[in-house]
Design a protein around this ligand. Sequence first.
Ligand SMILES: Cc1ncc(COP(=O)(O)O)c(C=O)c1O
Length: 442
Amino acid sequence: MRALKERIIPGPKSAELLDISRACEPSCAADQVPVVWDHGEGVWVTDVDGNEYIDFTSGVLVTNLGHSHPYHVEAIRRQAGRLMNCYSFPTPERVTLSRRLVERFPPNLDNVFLLSTGSDATEAALRVAKRHTGKFEVLGFYGGFHGRTYGAMSVAGSMGIRRLFGPPVPGGIMAPYAYCYRCFYGRTFPECDFFCLDSLDTIIASSSSGELGAVIVEPYQGSAGFIFPPEGWLKRLEAWSKERGLLLIVDEVQSGFGRTGKFLAIEWENVRPQLLCLGKGLGSGLPASALAAESRIVECMRPGELSSTWGGNPLVSASSLAVLDILEREGLTENARKVGEFVERRLQELRDKHRGLGDVRGRGLVFGLEIVDPEDAWTPSGDLTIKVLHRCAQKGLLLGRVGAHGNVIRIAPPLVITEEEVNLGIGIIDVVLSELGQSFCR
Ligand SMILES: Cc1ncc(COP(=O)(O)O)c(C=O)c1O
């Protein structure tokens, strides 16, 4: 196991590149600790100054295989020397990938359309849903995130995504998600008996013009702060949608491909959406996404209506085939589940120890740590979160930050991580939280 020592960040080469970045790149990219990545291997990343870090980010839940997995790299190299793009002409790589994906999906999802980004997939889902149902309204959830394109933005529940961009696409109706730590209705689970789902009818009655056709939902909300609804919530939402004749779109752009300890997060509750959006882990580094659909639904689209310059190109398809191979051969989904249980235990220990850790939630290898004012567990502390991220990076651990208040630490390492590596990373968080002062500890 590699040893980590404290370092000054940014190092000199990083500082130079960050200056260039500040001079010629806009500051609107998501902010990060000042580490300029050079290369990666498995869960380890090395910056341009030669400092090593454990990566608890997977980029942004992308590199499920770990960085530069040799089999993945070789598959990409081989395909790059054969054929990279041919628009929508079929290739063996694309059709084989489609077949293998369909074989892994719940049986009702018998078609798949390959695209490039998560936003492409959610946009495609919205278009199909609107065309198929002939209705333009879509129910989304507070805190939901489905991408930064206009359609996706219009059914997202985070104000930050819509702010000052003019009118969204009409038809988005919003309802509270099951964020039990900060319940919108001030209730407590399980006594509430999913009151938030029961309230949907009232919301629809007051907000819909009678043209509601679909529901779009994440199995857990990522950007909003890794909010995991209680078990049974998604299943009940599925039933609610079905009873009202609504299409269910599940956005698994970040939760798919083993991340939660199942190939798809919907498998935990055997949920069967009619449309399923995939991305991130499908490429594990290259831009790959997909819309899985029931053929009877997607057939409403005419030739060319979902077409994309890059979607399903042979290079990315060969890469995604390698992703599926590696996930299966190396049992990475099982590893996510097994190591994830260990992560959960370790994080709960941390929570018991540190008062500034308001909530710990997650499944598989995706967790959110909600950082709060140590004196008041309900007050989010974005500033403290930034300090934790910075100190962790100085000690050799890379983390992400999400949440409406920027106070949730994202823990989502590549699925190849071992318990030993987890221990090293969580040990760093523990030390940093302790360093932040006695008041932080219980
Ligand atoms: C749940 C979800 N949907 C959609 C997207 C958009 O994906 P992309 O950034 O690839 O367009 C994301 C990205 O973070 C996401 O987490």
